[in-house]
Ligand binder design. Structure first.
Ligand code: FAD
Length: 448
C-alpha cells in the first residue's frame, strides 16, 4: 500500500515512523514544503535567546534517517491539490503521487493582523524553524536593541524571555487587559510582575493599527494608545489550522474549524487520516471536540494514526488540556477547563484560588505557589486547575491532569495519596488544601 503524508513537522514524522515500524512493506512518502522536517518547534524561543546555540539541536530525525528507515522524504515540495476520487496528490510543479492512504499533517499557520506594513522587513511571526533562524540572524546582524511583541499568549511570553536573553529591550502590546487569558487575572498579576521585574514594558488594552518606517529605530508601531518604535516586531496573536487542502477535498471540518477526526484519527473519508495541529482532539472533561494545537498531542496522534495505518488498531483516548510554559523564574501551568469553558460545556463551575508554601516553612528556601481549582457544583466533578509559582506548578498540574483523566471528584482530589517529604512538599499539599477549601464552598452531596 502507498501512504502519502502531507506535512513534515511533528505529527507527520511521528505517523511515518510508527506506520513504517508496524508494517515495513508500506511505501511511505512524506512531503514537506519547507526545508526542515521532524524538528521541535517548542524550544525555538530558547534557540533565539541563545540558550540553545545550534538549530541542528532542534532536529529530532533528519530526512536521511527517515530514508534509511524506508520513508521517501521530499522537502521543498508542496502538495497543491488532492483528487480524492482518483486518490492522487498533485504537487506544485505537476508531479502526481497516487495513494492508498493519505495523512494530513499540515499544522497551523500564524494569524496576521491585516494591518498596513505588516510585511515590512523586521516584522516576523514565529511558527517554523526558518522563522526562528531568521529572527536570530536579524537580531544579530542588524544589531537589534529593541523589540515589540504583539500578543501576550504563551509564545509571546516565552519570546519576552528570549529577547531579554539576547539583550534586546522589549515591549509587549496586548489587546486584552491581562496576559495569558487562560489563567485567572489574580494569577496573571504574577506574570505582569515578572515582566516588569525583568524590565519588559507592557501596553495592555491596546489595538495595533499600522507598522511604518521608524525615525529612531527601524520600525514604528501605530496603536490606538500612541506610537512606539523598535528594531524588530514579532506578531504572536495566535494560529489557525491549515485546512485549505482538507476543505477543497470536501472533508468534514469540526466546529472549531479544524479537520474533524474520529478516535482512530480517521477523517470523514475512510482513506484519509489527519493528525496534529490541523485537526481536532477529544476533550475528556468537556466531552467536546476541541482544537488545542500542542506538540505533545501532535506526536501522540501521529503515533496512533501510524499504528492504524500499519494494521495495529489503536485509539487516541483524548486530552485534558494540560499545558505549561516558563517565564523567567516562574512555572506557569494549567489543565482541564476554565470557568467559561466549563459553563459552555454545561457544568455549574465553582472555583477558588489558594496561595501557599510549596514546602514546610521550617525548610529554608520555600516558595509561594498560587493554585486555582474548578469543580462542578452539581456533581462534585473536578474540572480544571491553574498554577503559577517559582517551583512546583508543573508537577501539581501534571498530577491534577491525571486526576482529570480518571474523572475524579473534588473530594477524591482532597484526599489523593501524594508522596510527602519536607524537601518536596507538605503533609497537606497545596492540592489537598485547595480541594478541601473548594469543598467548603460547595453544596454537600451524599458520598459516591
Ligand atoms: P507543524 O509542526 O506546524 O507541521 C506542519 C507542516 O506541514 C509544516 O512544516 C508545513 O510546512 C507543512 N505543510 C503544510 N501544508 C503543506 C503542503 N500543502 N504541502 C507540504 N507541506 C505542507 N507545543 C507544546 O506542546 N509545548 C510547547 O512548549 C510548545 N511551544 C511552542 C513554541 C513555539 C514558538 C511554537 C511556534 C509552537 C510551540 N508548540 C508547543 C506547538 C507545537 O510546536 C505544535 O503543536 C507542533 O509543531 C504541531 O505539529 P504538526 O505536525 O501538527 O504541525
Amino acid at each position: 500500500r502507498r501512504v502519502v503524508i502531507i506535512g513534515g513537522g511533528a505529527g507527520g514524522p511521528s505517523t511515518a515512523a510508527e506506520a513504517g515500524r508496524r508494517d515495513p512493506s508500506l511505501a511511505i512518502t512524506m512531503i514537506e514544503k519547507g526545508e526542515y522536517i521532524s524538528y521541535a518547534a517548542c524550544p525555538m524561543p530558547y534557540y533565539i535567546g541563545d540558550v540553545i546555540k545550534d538549530e541542528k539541536k532542534l532536529i529530532a530525525r533528519t530526512p536521511e534517517k527517515f530514508r534509511e528507515g524506508g520513508v521517501d522524504v521530499r522537502t521543498g515540495v508542496e502538495a497543491e491539490n488532492v483528487d480524492l476520487a482518483a486518490q492522487v496528490v498533485t504537487l506544485v510543479g505537476g508531479e502526481a503521487l497516487p495513494f492508498d492512504v493519505l495523512v494530513l499533517a499540515t499544522g497551523t499557520r500564524p494569524i496576521l493582523p491585516g494591518i498596513p506594513g505588516e510585511d515590512r522587513e523586521g516584522v516576523f511571526t514565529l511558527k517554523q524553524l526558518p522563522d526562528a533562524v531568521g529572527i536570530k540572524q536579524f537580531i544579530r546582524e542588524s544589531r537589534c536593541r529593541t523589540a515589540i511583541i504583539v500578543g501576550a499568549g504563551f509564545i509571546g511570553m516565552e519570546m519576552c524571555e528570549a529577547f531579554r536573553e539576547a539583550g534586546v529591550e522589549t515591549t509587549v502590546v496586548n489587546r486584552g487587559s491581562m496576559p495569558v487569558p487562560r489563567w485567572d487575572p489574580e494569577l496573571g498579576q504574577l506574570v505582569v510582575k515578572s515582566l516588569l521585574d525583568h524590565q519588559i514594558r507592557m501596553m495592555a488594552d491596546t489595538t495595533i493599527q499600522a507598522i511604518e518606517k521608524g525615525e529612531t529605530c527601524r520600525l514604528r508601531l501605530i496603536t490606538d494608545q500612541g506610537k512606539i518604535e523598535a528594531d524588530v516586531i514579532l506578531l504572536a496573536i495566535g494560529v489557525r489550522p491549515s485546512v485549505g487542502l482538507a476543505g477543497e477535498m470536501g472533508l468534514a471540518l469540526g466546529k472549531t474549524g479544524a479537520v474533524a477526526v474520529d478516535f482512530s484519527q480517521k477523517t470523514s473519508h475512510p482513506a484519509v487520516y489527519a493528525v496534529g495541529d490541523c485537526c481536532e482532539a477529544y476533550h475528556r472533561v468537556s466531552r467536546r471536540w476541541v482544537h488545542i494545537p500542542l506538540g505533545d498531542i501532535a506526536n501522540k496522534q501521529g503515533r496512533v494514526a501510524g499504528c492504524n495505518i500499519g494494521g495495529f488498531p489503536t485509539i487516541f483516548p483524548g486530552i485534558v488540556g494540560a499545558q505549561a510554559f516558563k517565564l523567567f523564574d516562574l512555572e506557569i501551568a494549567a489543565t482541564g477547563l476554565d470557568e467559561r469553558e466549563a459553563l459552555a460545556a454545561g457544568f455549574h463551575p465553582v472555583s477558588n484560588l489558594v496561595w501557599g508554601d510549596v514546602v514546610p516553612l521550617s525548610v529554608p528556601g520555600t516558595t509561594r505557589l498560587g493554585l486555582k481549582l474548578i469543580a462542578d457544583e452539581a456533581t462534585g466533578l473536578f474540572l480544571g486547575a491553574q498554577a503559577i509559582g517559582p517551583h512546583g506548578a508543573v508537577s501539581r498540574i501534571n498530577t491534577l491532569s491525571a486526576a482529570l483523566w480518571s474523572g475524579l471528584s473534588i473530594d477524591e482530589v482532597a484526599y489523593l495519596d501524594l508522596a510527602y517529604s519536607p524537601p518536596f512538599s507538605r503533609a497537606w499539599d497545596l492540592i489537598h488544601i485547595a480541594a478541601q477549601d473548594l469543598m467548603k464552598k460547595m453544596v454537600r452531596r451524599p458520598p459516591r
